[in-house]
Design a binder for this molecule. Sequence first.
Ligand SMILES: Cc1cc2nc3c(=O)[nH]c(=O)nc-3n(C[C@H](O)[C@H](O)[C@H](O)COP(=O)(O)OP(=O)(O)OC[C@H]3O[C@@H](n4cnc5c(N)ncnc54)[C@H](O)[C@@H]3O)c2cc1C
Length: 476
Amino acid sequence: MIKNDIAIHWFRNDLRIHNNNSLLNLSQKYKIFPIFIFDETQPKEDSANYWWLIHSLDKLNQNLNGNLHVYHGKAADIIRKLIQKYNIKALGWNRCYDPSSIERDSFIKEEFKKFSLDYIRSENSHLLWEPWKVKPTKNKLYTVFTPFYKKGCVSDPINKAKLNQPLQLVYSDIHESESLFNISQFNLPIWTQKFKKYWKVGEESALSTFTDFVERKIDQYKDRRNDVDSEFISQLSPYIHFGEISIHQMWDNLNKLPCNNGVNHFKSELGWREFSYYLLYNFPDLKEHNIRSEFNAYPWKFNETFFDAWKWGQTGYPMVDAAMRSLYETGYLHNRCRMIVASFLTKNLNIHWKQGAEWFDLTLMDADLASNYASWQWAAGSGTDTMQYSRIFHPVIQGKKFDVNGSYVRQYLPEISRLPNEYIHCPWEAPQSILQNLGIQLGQDYPNPIVNFEQSTLEANKRFEIIQHLIKQNRS
Ligand SMILES: Cc1cc2nc3c(=O)[nH]c(=O)nc-3n(C[C@H](O)[C@H](O)[C@H](O)COP(=O)(O)OP(=O)(O)OC[C@H]3O[C@@H](n4cnc5c(N)ncnc54)[C@H](O)[C@@H]3O)c2cc1C
Protein backbone atom coordinates (compact mmCIF):
# COMPACT_ATOMS: atom_id res chain seq x y z
CA MET A 1 0.00 0.00 0.00
CA ILE A 2 1.34 3.43 -0.91
CA LYS A 3 1.35 5.76 2.05
CA ASN A 4 1.14 9.47 1.33
CA ASP A 5 -0.21 10.99 4.50
CA ILE A 6 1.79 11.55 7.66
CA ALA A 7 0.98 10.48 11.21
CA ILE A 8 2.76 11.50 14.39
CA HIS A 9 3.55 8.68 16.75
CA TRP A 10 4.26 10.30 20.09
CA PHE A 11 6.63 8.07 22.11
CA ARG A 12 6.33 8.25 25.89
CA ASN A 13 6.73 5.16 28.09
CA ASP A 14 6.76 2.83 25.07
CA LEU A 15 10.37 3.20 23.91
CA ARG A 16 10.32 0.22 21.56
CA ILE A 17 9.34 -0.69 18.05
CA HIS A 18 8.22 -4.28 18.49
CA ASN A 19 4.65 -4.90 19.67
CA ASN A 20 3.98 -1.20 20.02
CA ASN A 21 0.23 -0.96 19.48
CA SER A 22 -0.04 2.69 18.52
CA LEU A 23 2.95 2.58 16.18
CA LEU A 24 1.61 -0.58 14.57
CA ASN A 25 -1.84 0.92 13.96
CA LEU A 26 -0.55 4.16 12.51
CA SER A 27 2.04 2.50 10.30
CA GLN A 28 -0.59 0.45 8.49
CA LYS A 29 -1.88 3.54 6.73
CA TYR A 30 0.54 6.43 7.28
CA LYS A 31 4.12 7.52 6.96
CA ILE A 32 5.46 7.94 10.47
CA PHE A 33 6.88 11.07 12.06
CA PRO A 34 8.21 9.77 15.41
CA ILE A 35 8.54 12.31 18.21
CA PHE A 36 9.35 12.47 21.93
CA ILE A 37 8.55 15.48 24.13
CA PHE A 38 10.33 16.51 27.30
CA ASP A 39 7.56 18.03 29.38
CA GLU A 40 6.69 18.13 33.09
CA THR A 41 5.82 14.42 33.15
CA GLN A 42 9.39 13.36 32.32
CA PRO A 43 12.02 12.44 34.94
CA LYS A 44 14.09 15.12 36.65
CA GLU A 45 17.44 15.78 35.00
CA ASP A 46 19.48 14.79 38.05
CA SER A 47 17.82 11.38 38.42
CA ALA A 48 18.88 7.84 37.59
CA ASN A 49 15.66 7.56 35.61
CA TYR A 50 16.86 10.39 33.36
CA TRP A 51 20.10 8.57 32.64
CA TRP A 52 18.11 5.56 31.48
CA LEU A 53 15.67 7.65 29.48
CA ILE A 54 18.38 9.40 27.47
CA HIS A 55 20.16 6.13 26.67
CA SER A 56 16.87 4.50 25.82
CA LEU A 57 16.01 7.32 23.41
CA ASP A 58 19.43 6.86 21.84
CA LYS A 59 18.73 3.17 21.18
CA LEU A 60 15.25 3.93 19.95
CA ASN A 61 16.61 6.55 17.57
CA GLN A 62 19.06 4.00 16.16
CA ASN A 63 16.19 1.57 15.61
CA LEU A 64 14.22 4.34 13.89
CA ASN A 65 17.15 4.95 11.51
CA GLY A 66 17.87 8.34 13.08
CA ASN A 67 14.35 9.68 12.54
CA LEU A 68 13.43 10.45 16.15
CA HIS A 69 12.68 14.12 16.77
CA VAL A 70 12.69 15.49 20.32
CA TYR A 71 11.10 18.66 21.62
CA HIS A 72 11.04 20.49 24.93
CA GLY A 73 7.99 22.29 26.30
CA LYS A 74 4.24 21.98 26.54
CA ALA A 75 3.10 18.96 24.56
CA ALA A 76 -0.15 20.49 23.27
CA ASP A 77 1.66 23.56 21.88
CA ILE A 78 4.39 21.52 20.22
CA ILE A 79 2.03 19.04 18.58
CA ARG A 80 -0.35 21.80 17.46
CA LYS A 81 2.51 23.56 15.65
CA LEU A 82 3.69 20.35 14.00
CA ILE A 83 0.20 19.45 12.80
CA GLN A 84 -0.25 22.86 11.22
CA LYS A 85 3.22 23.06 9.73
CA TYR A 86 3.34 19.61 8.14
CA ASN A 87 -0.31 18.90 7.35
CA ILE A 88 -0.32 15.92 9.70
CA LYS A 89 -3.31 13.61 9.22
CA ALA A 90 -3.20 11.39 12.27
CA LEU A 91 -1.87 11.37 15.81
CA GLY A 92 -1.41 8.39 18.09
CA TRP A 93 0.21 7.35 21.36
CA ASN A 94 0.14 4.62 23.97
CA ARG A 95 -1.60 5.48 27.21
CA CYS A 96 0.04 6.65 30.46
CA TYR A 97 -1.81 6.41 33.75
CA ASP A 98 -0.41 9.12 36.02
CA PRO A 99 -2.79 12.01 36.72
CA SER A 100 -0.70 14.69 34.94
CA SER A 101 -0.47 12.60 31.77
CA ILE A 102 -4.17 11.74 31.87
CA GLU A 103 -5.06 15.42 32.17
CA ARG A 104 -2.67 16.43 29.38
CA ASP A 105 -3.80 13.66 27.02
CA SER A 106 -7.52 14.26 27.61
CA PHE A 107 -6.98 17.94 26.84
CA ILE A 108 -5.13 17.15 23.61
CA LYS A 109 -7.79 14.67 22.46
CA GLU A 110 -10.54 17.22 23.01
CA GLU A 111 -8.68 20.29 21.80
CA PHE A 112 -7.39 18.71 18.59
CA LYS A 113 -10.82 17.70 17.35
CA LYS A 114 -10.90 21.07 15.61
CA PHE A 115 -8.06 20.05 13.30
CA SER A 116 -10.28 17.38 11.77
CA LEU A 117 -7.51 14.82 11.72
CA ASP A 118 -8.50 11.44 10.22
CA TYR A 119 -7.42 9.81 13.38
CA ILE A 120 -6.43 10.69 16.92
CA ARG A 121 -6.21 7.70 19.16
CA SER A 122 -4.53 6.24 22.20
CA GLU A 123 -3.83 2.54 22.74
CA ASN A 124 -3.01 0.34 25.68
CA SER A 125 0.53 -0.95 25.42
CA HIS A 126 1.65 -0.63 29.06
CA LEU A 127 -0.74 -2.65 31.21
CA LEU A 128 -2.25 -6.11 31.03
CA TRP A 129 -5.55 -4.95 32.49
CA GLU A 130 -6.67 -1.36 32.19
CA PRO A 131 -7.56 -0.15 35.71
CA TRP A 132 -11.09 0.90 34.75
CA LYS A 133 -11.81 -2.48 33.21
CA VAL A 134 -10.89 -4.57 36.26
CA LYS A 135 -14.19 -6.02 37.42
CA PRO A 136 -14.98 -4.67 40.89
CA THR A 137 -16.01 -6.94 43.68
CA LYS A 138 -19.48 -6.21 45.07
CA ASN A 139 -19.15 -2.73 43.57
CA LYS A 140 -16.17 -2.00 45.80
CA LEU A 141 -12.59 -1.22 44.87
CA TYR A 142 -10.06 -3.93 45.56
CA THR A 143 -7.87 -2.98 48.49
CA VAL A 144 -5.93 -6.23 48.84
CA PHE A 145 -3.72 -7.76 46.17
CA THR A 146 -4.83 -11.42 46.03
CA PRO A 147 -8.54 -10.87 45.26
CA PHE A 148 -7.58 -8.08 42.84
CA TYR A 149 -5.29 -10.42 40.94
CA LYS A 150 -7.33 -13.60 41.09
CA LYS A 151 -10.87 -12.26 40.70
CA GLY A 152 -10.29 -8.97 38.94
CA CYS A 153 -7.45 -9.83 36.57
CA VAL A 154 -6.44 -13.35 35.62
CA SER A 155 -10.03 -14.48 35.12
CA ASP A 156 -10.15 -12.01 32.22
CA PRO A 157 -7.84 -13.10 29.36
CA ILE A 158 -5.72 -10.42 27.70
CA ASN A 159 -6.30 -9.36 24.12
CA LYS A 160 -3.62 -10.95 21.93
CA ALA A 161 -4.97 -9.74 18.61
CA LYS A 162 -2.13 -7.36 17.86
CA LEU A 163 0.77 -9.44 19.14
CA ASN A 164 3.77 -10.13 16.91
CA GLN A 165 2.29 -8.55 13.79
CA PRO A 166 4.82 -7.43 11.18
CA LEU A 167 5.61 -3.73 11.25
CA GLN A 168 6.24 -1.93 7.99
CA LEU A 169 7.55 1.47 8.87
CA VAL A 170 7.79 4.18 6.25
CA TYR A 171 9.17 7.42 7.63
CA SER A 172 7.95 10.87 6.75
CA ASP A 173 10.54 13.05 5.06
CA ILE A 174 10.33 15.67 7.81
CA HIS A 175 13.81 16.52 9.06
CA GLU A 176 14.05 19.35 11.54
CA SER A 177 17.77 19.16 12.02
CA GLU A 178 17.78 21.13 15.29
CA SER A 179 15.25 18.66 16.76
CA LEU A 180 16.75 15.37 15.60
CA PHE A 181 17.77 13.34 18.63
CA ASN A 182 21.45 13.62 19.45
CA ILE A 183 22.70 12.13 22.69
CA SER A 184 25.61 14.56 22.95
CA GLN A 185 23.15 17.40 23.53
CA PHE A 186 22.12 16.01 26.90
CA ASN A 187 24.02 16.72 30.08
CA LEU A 188 23.86 13.66 32.24
CA PRO A 189 24.53 14.06 35.97
CA ILE A 190 28.05 13.04 36.95
CA TRP A 191 26.85 10.67 39.66
CA THR A 192 25.06 8.54 37.04
CA GLN A 193 28.13 7.91 34.87
CA LYS A 194 28.91 4.64 36.67
CA PHE A 195 25.61 3.08 35.55
CA LYS A 196 26.99 2.07 32.18
CA LYS A 197 29.04 -0.57 34.03
CA TYR A 198 25.87 -2.27 35.19
CA TRP A 199 23.21 -1.82 32.54
CA LYS A 200 22.59 -2.35 28.84
CA VAL A 201 19.70 -0.16 27.78
CA GLY A 202 17.26 -0.62 24.89
CA GLU A 203 14.74 -3.04 23.47
CA GLU A 204 17.28 -5.62 22.25
CA SER A 205 18.70 -5.87 25.79
CA ALA A 206 15.19 -5.99 27.23
CA LEU A 207 14.32 -8.96 25.05
CA SER A 208 17.59 -10.79 25.69
CA THR A 209 17.26 -10.22 29.46
CA PHE A 210 13.74 -11.64 29.38
CA THR A 211 14.75 -14.62 27.22
CA ASP A 212 17.70 -15.42 29.48
CA PHE A 213 15.48 -15.18 32.56
CA VAL A 214 12.89 -17.51 31.06
CA GLU A 215 15.46 -20.03 29.82
CA ARG A 216 17.72 -20.20 32.87
CA LYS A 217 16.11 -18.70 35.94
CA ILE A 218 12.35 -18.66 36.09
CA ASP A 219 11.97 -22.23 37.36
CA GLN A 220 13.88 -21.30 40.52
CA TYR A 221 12.33 -17.84 40.83
CA LYS A 222 9.86 -18.66 43.60
CA ASP A 223 12.39 -20.38 45.85
CA ARG A 224 15.40 -18.15 45.26
CA ARG A 225 14.00 -14.67 44.59
CA ASN A 226 14.34 -13.46 48.17
CA ASP A 227 18.11 -13.97 48.44
CA VAL A 228 19.43 -10.45 48.21
CA ASP A 229 22.27 -11.35 45.86
CA SER A 230 19.97 -13.64 43.89
CA GLU A 231 20.65 -14.36 40.26
CA PHE A 232 17.13 -15.69 40.02
CA ILE A 233 15.30 -12.39 39.68
CA SER A 234 14.68 -10.82 36.31
CA GLN A 235 15.98 -7.24 36.81
CA LEU A 236 13.52 -6.28 34.10
CA SER A 237 11.95 -3.40 36.03
CA PRO A 238 13.62 -0.47 34.20
CA TYR A 239 12.94 -2.09 30.81
CA ILE A 240 9.30 -2.56 31.76
CA HIS A 241 9.02 0.93 33.20
CA PHE A 242 10.25 2.56 29.98
CA GLY A 243 8.26 0.20 27.80
CA GLU A 244 11.32 -1.29 26.12
CA ILE A 245 9.55 -4.63 26.29
CA SER A 246 5.87 -5.32 25.68
CA ILE A 247 4.11 -6.51 28.81
CA HIS A 248 1.56 -8.29 26.60
CA GLN A 249 4.29 -10.16 24.78
CA MET A 250 5.87 -11.16 28.10
CA TRP A 251 2.54 -12.42 29.42
CA ASP A 252 1.83 -14.37 26.25
CA ASN A 253 5.28 -16.00 26.34
CA LEU A 254 4.83 -16.88 30.03
CA ASN A 255 1.49 -18.51 29.28
CA LYS A 256 3.18 -20.78 26.75
CA LEU A 257 5.66 -22.12 29.32
CA PRO A 258 5.01 -25.32 31.26
CA CYS A 259 3.08 -24.17 34.31
CA ASN A 260 5.13 -24.39 37.52
CA ASN A 261 5.54 -22.44 40.78
CA GLY A 262 8.29 -20.26 39.35
CA VAL A 263 6.24 -19.19 36.34
CA ASN A 264 3.10 -18.60 38.40
CA HIS A 265 4.95 -16.60 40.98
CA PHE A 266 6.63 -14.42 38.40
CA LYS A 267 3.26 -13.76 36.77
CA SER A 268 1.84 -12.72 40.14
CA GLU A 269 4.69 -10.21 40.57
CA LEU A 270 3.68 -8.67 37.27
CA GLY A 271 0.24 -8.64 38.87
CA TRP A 272 1.63 -6.49 41.70
CA ARG A 273 2.64 -3.96 39.12
CA GLU A 274 -0.91 -3.97 37.75
CA PHE A 275 -2.19 -3.50 41.30
CA SER A 276 0.03 -0.44 41.78
CA TYR A 277 -1.40 1.10 38.61
CA TYR A 278 -4.92 0.23 39.71
CA LEU A 279 -4.28 2.03 43.01
CA LEU A 280 -2.76 5.04 41.25
CA TYR A 281 -5.74 5.26 38.92
CA ASN A 282 -8.21 5.09 41.80
CA PHE A 283 -6.16 7.19 44.24
CA PRO A 284 -4.56 9.67 41.82
CA ASP A 285 -2.98 11.74 44.58
CA LEU A 286 -1.20 8.79 46.22
CA LYS A 287 2.12 10.52 45.60
CA GLU A 288 1.12 13.29 48.00
CA HIS A 289 -1.53 11.94 50.34
CA ASN A 290 -2.01 8.91 52.55
CA ILE A 291 -4.42 6.47 50.96
CA ARG A 292 -5.75 5.89 54.48
CA SER A 293 -6.74 9.27 55.84
CA GLU A 294 -6.29 8.02 59.43
CA PHE A 295 -2.56 8.34 58.78
CA ASN A 296 -2.95 12.11 58.44
CA ALA A 297 -2.79 12.15 62.24
CA TYR A 298 0.41 10.11 62.35
CA PRO A 299 3.21 11.78 64.36
CA TRP A 300 6.07 11.57 61.84
CA LYS A 301 9.19 13.41 62.93
CA PHE A 302 11.79 14.42 60.38
CA ASN A 303 15.35 14.10 61.64
CA GLU A 304 17.96 15.21 59.12
CA THR A 305 20.83 13.32 60.75
CA PHE A 306 18.86 10.07 60.65
CA PHE A 307 17.70 10.69 57.10
CA ASP A 308 21.24 11.37 55.86
CA ALA A 309 22.51 8.26 57.64
CA TRP A 310 19.78 6.22 55.92
CA LYS A 311 20.42 7.70 52.45
CA TRP A 312 24.18 7.19 52.55
CA GLY A 313 24.26 3.80 54.25
CA GLN A 314 25.57 4.92 57.65
CA THR A 315 22.90 3.67 60.06
CA GLY A 316 25.09 1.06 61.73
CA TYR A 317 22.75 -1.74 60.53
CA PRO A 318 24.77 -3.55 57.84
CA MET A 319 21.78 -4.87 55.91
CA VAL A 320 20.23 -1.39 55.64
CA ASP A 321 23.55 0.25 54.83
CA ALA A 322 24.60 -2.27 52.18
CA ALA A 323 21.21 -1.89 50.51
CA MET A 324 21.33 1.91 50.46
CA ARG A 325 24.89 1.97 49.15
CA SER A 326 24.06 -0.58 46.46
CA LEU A 327 21.11 1.58 45.37
CA TYR A 328 23.32 4.64 44.90
CA GLU A 329 26.02 2.61 43.18
CA THR A 330 23.88 0.64 40.71
CA GLY A 331 20.52 2.45 40.46
CA TYR A 332 18.82 -0.79 41.45
CA LEU A 333 17.66 -2.38 44.68
CA HIS A 334 16.48 -5.91 45.31
CA ASN A 335 12.80 -6.09 46.35
CA ARG A 336 13.63 -7.61 49.76
CA CYS A 337 16.06 -4.75 50.42
CA ARG A 338 13.45 -2.19 49.37
CA MET A 339 11.12 -3.64 51.99
CA ILE A 340 13.82 -3.68 54.68
CA VAL A 341 14.98 -0.10 54.16
CA ALA A 342 11.42 1.23 53.79
CA SER A 343 10.38 -0.43 57.04
CA PHE A 344 13.47 0.89 58.82
CA LEU A 345 12.96 4.48 57.63
CA THR A 346 9.25 4.72 58.36
CA LYS A 347 9.05 2.64 61.52
CA ASN A 348 12.40 2.71 63.32
CA LEU A 349 13.45 6.21 62.24
CA ASN A 350 9.86 7.54 62.17
CA ILE A 351 10.48 9.48 58.95
CA HIS A 352 7.60 10.09 56.54
CA TRP A 353 7.26 7.62 53.65
CA LYS A 354 7.30 10.57 51.22
CA GLN A 355 10.95 11.31 52.06
CA GLY A 356 11.94 7.75 51.28
CA ALA A 357 9.86 7.63 48.10
CA GLU A 358 11.46 10.86 46.87
CA TRP A 359 14.95 9.46 47.45
CA PHE A 360 14.00 6.33 45.52
CA ASP A 361 12.55 8.55 42.79
CA LEU A 362 15.94 10.19 42.40
CA THR A 363 18.15 7.12 42.67
CA LEU A 364 16.21 4.18 41.20
CA MET A 365 16.62 3.38 37.55
CA ASP A 366 13.11 1.87 37.55
CA ALA A 367 11.52 4.71 39.59
CA ASP A 368 7.88 4.49 38.66
CA LEU A 369 5.19 6.72 40.08
CA ALA A 370 2.68 3.90 40.53
CA SER A 371 4.97 1.14 41.83
CA ASN A 372 7.18 3.40 43.93
CA TYR A 373 4.53 5.40 45.76
CA ALA A 374 2.05 2.53 46.12
CA SER A 375 4.85 0.36 47.54
CA TRP A 376 6.02 3.02 49.97
CA GLN A 377 2.49 3.51 51.23
CA TRP A 378 2.13 -0.26 51.49
CA ALA A 379 5.39 -0.53 53.45
CA ALA A 380 4.50 2.37 55.76
CA GLY A 381 1.01 1.01 56.44
CA SER A 382 -0.79 4.08 55.08
CA GLY A 383 -1.79 2.16 51.94
CA THR A 384 -4.88 0.05 51.49
CA ASP A 385 -3.41 -2.84 53.47
CA THR A 386 -2.97 -1.50 57.03
CA MET A 387 -1.89 -4.86 58.41
CA GLN A 388 1.47 -3.97 56.89
CA TYR A 389 2.10 -1.47 59.64
CA SER A 390 2.64 -4.04 62.34
CA ARG A 391 5.20 -5.81 60.13
CA ILE A 392 8.55 -4.38 61.15
CA PHE A 393 11.54 -5.94 59.43
CA HIS A 394 14.43 -6.73 61.76
CA PRO A 395 17.56 -5.90 59.72
CA VAL A 396 19.67 -8.49 61.54
CA ILE A 397 17.18 -11.34 61.18
CA GLN A 398 16.52 -10.38 57.56
CA GLY A 399 20.26 -10.29 56.90
CA LYS A 400 20.89 -13.70 58.45
CA LYS A 401 18.02 -15.17 56.44
CA PHE A 402 18.49 -13.58 53.03
CA ASP A 403 22.21 -12.83 52.98
CA VAL A 404 23.20 -16.03 54.71
CA ASN A 405 26.96 -15.85 54.24
CA GLY A 406 27.08 -12.05 54.30
CA SER A 407 28.38 -11.69 50.75
CA TYR A 408 26.01 -8.82 49.91
CA VAL A 409 27.01 -6.85 52.99
CA ARG A 410 30.69 -7.54 52.35
CA GLN A 411 30.39 -6.28 48.78
CA TYR A 412 29.10 -2.87 49.85
CA LEU A 413 30.66 -2.42 53.31
CA PRO A 414 34.38 -3.08 52.78
CA GLU A 415 35.18 -1.56 56.17
CA ILE A 416 33.62 -4.52 58.01
CA SER A 417 34.04 -7.17 55.32
CA ARG A 418 36.57 -9.18 57.34
CA LEU A 419 34.16 -9.83 60.19
CA PRO A 420 33.24 -13.51 60.60
CA ASN A 421 29.78 -14.52 59.30
CA GLU A 422 28.47 -14.64 62.85
CA TYR A 423 28.87 -10.88 63.30
CA ILE A 424 28.61 -9.54 59.77
CA HIS A 425 24.98 -8.49 60.32
CA CYS A 426 25.49 -7.30 63.91
CA PRO A 427 29.06 -5.95 64.33
CA TRP A 428 28.22 -4.48 67.74
CA GLU A 429 27.94 -8.04 69.09
CA ALA A 430 31.49 -8.95 68.05
CA PRO A 431 33.86 -9.33 71.02
CA GLN A 432 36.32 -6.47 71.38
CA SER A 433 39.23 -8.89 70.85
CA ILE A 434 37.95 -9.86 67.38
CA LEU A 435 37.35 -6.25 66.39
CA GLN A 436 40.81 -5.30 67.62
CA ASN A 437 42.46 -8.16 65.74
CA LEU A 438 40.76 -7.04 62.54
CA GLY A 439 41.60 -3.41 63.17
CA ILE A 440 37.94 -2.37 63.17
CA GLN A 441 36.92 0.44 65.48
CA LEU A 442 33.15 0.73 65.71
CA GLY A 443 31.99 4.31 65.87
CA GLN A 444 34.97 5.30 63.76
CA ASP A 445 35.40 2.87 60.84
CA TYR A 446 31.75 1.94 60.83
CA PRO A 447 28.93 3.57 62.84
CA ASN A 448 27.31 2.17 65.93
CA PRO A 449 23.54 1.66 65.39
CA ILE A 450 21.89 5.09 65.22
CA VAL A 451 18.80 3.80 67.03
CA ASN A 452 18.16 0.86 69.29
CA PHE A 453 16.05 -1.52 67.22
CA GLU A 454 13.94 -2.95 70.05
CA GLN A 455 13.25 0.45 71.62
CA SER A 456 12.37 2.12 68.30
CA THR A 457 10.09 -0.80 67.44
CA LEU A 458 8.22 -0.39 70.73
CA GLU A 459 7.79 3.31 70.00
CA ALA A 460 6.54 2.59 66.47
CA ASN A 461 3.97 0.16 67.84
CA LYS A 462 2.75 2.78 70.31
CA ARG A 463 2.33 5.30 67.49
CA PHE A 464 0.41 2.74 65.52
CA GLU A 465 -2.01 2.21 68.40
CA ILE A 466 -3.25 5.78 67.83
CA ILE A 467 -3.95 4.96 64.19
CA GLN A 468 -5.57 1.64 65.00
CA HIS A 469 -7.88 3.45 67.37
CA LEU A 470 -8.86 5.92 64.61
CA ILE A 471 -9.41 3.09 62.13
CA LYS A 472 -11.72 1.34 64.60
CA GLN A 473 -13.59 4.59 65.28
CA ASN A 474 -14.11 5.18 61.56
CA ARG A 475 -15.40 1.65 61.10
CA SER A 476 -18.00 1.88 63.87
C1 LIG B 1 9.45 0.64 48.85
C2 LIG B 1 9.38 0.01 47.48
C3 LIG B 1 9.53 0.81 46.34
C4 LIG B 1 9.44 0.24 45.06
N1 LIG B 1 9.60 1.05 43.96
C5 LIG B 1 9.47 0.53 42.72
C6 LIG B 1 9.62 1.35 41.56
O1 LIG B 1 9.81 2.57 41.65
N2 LIG B 1 9.53 0.76 40.33
C7 LIG B 1 9.29 -0.58 40.19
O2 LIG B 1 9.23 -1.07 39.05
N3 LIG B 1 9.12 -1.37 41.27
C8 LIG B 1 9.21 -0.87 42.52
N4 LIG B 1 9.07 -1.69 43.61
C9 LIG B 1 8.66 -3.10 43.40
C10 LIG B 1 9.81 -4.12 43.28
O3 LIG B 1 10.70 -3.97 44.35
C11 LIG B 1 10.57 -4.02 41.96
O4 LIG B 1 9.67 -4.02 40.88
C12 LIG B 1 11.53 -5.20 41.77
O5 LIG B 1 12.41 -5.28 42.86
C13 LIG B 1 12.31 -5.02 40.49
O6 LIG B 1 13.25 -6.04 40.33
P1 LIG B 1 13.06 -7.18 39.25
O7 LIG B 1 12.74 -6.58 37.93
O8 LIG B 1 14.22 -8.11 39.33
O9 LIG B 1 11.76 -7.90 39.81
P2 LIG B 1 11.21 -9.36 39.58
O10 LIG B 1 11.10 -10.00 40.90
O11 LIG B 1 11.96 -10.09 38.54
O12 LIG B 1 9.71 -9.07 39.10
C14 LIG B 1 9.36 -8.89 37.72
C15 LIG B 1 8.63 -7.59 37.52
O13 LIG B 1 7.41 -7.56 38.26
C16 LIG B 1 7.16 -6.22 38.72
N5 LIG B 1 7.15 -6.24 40.18
C17 LIG B 1 7.75 -7.14 40.99
N6 LIG B 1 7.45 -6.88 42.28
C18 LIG B 1 6.66 -5.79 42.28
C19 LIG B 1 6.01 -5.03 43.31
N7 LIG B 1 6.10 -5.37 44.60
N8 LIG B 1 5.28 -3.96 42.96
C20 LIG B 1 5.14 -3.60 41.66
N9 LIG B 1 5.72 -4.29 40.64
C21 LIG B 1 6.46 -5.37 40.94
C22 LIG B 1 8.28 -5.35 38.19
O14 LIG B 1 7.86 -4.78 36.97
C23 LIG B 1 9.40 -6.36 37.98
O15 LIG B 1 10.33 -5.96 37.02
C24 LIG B 1 9.17 -1.15 44.92
C25 LIG B 1 9.02 -1.93 46.06
C26 LIG B 1 9.14 -1.37 47.33
C27 LIG B 1 8.96 -2.25 48.54
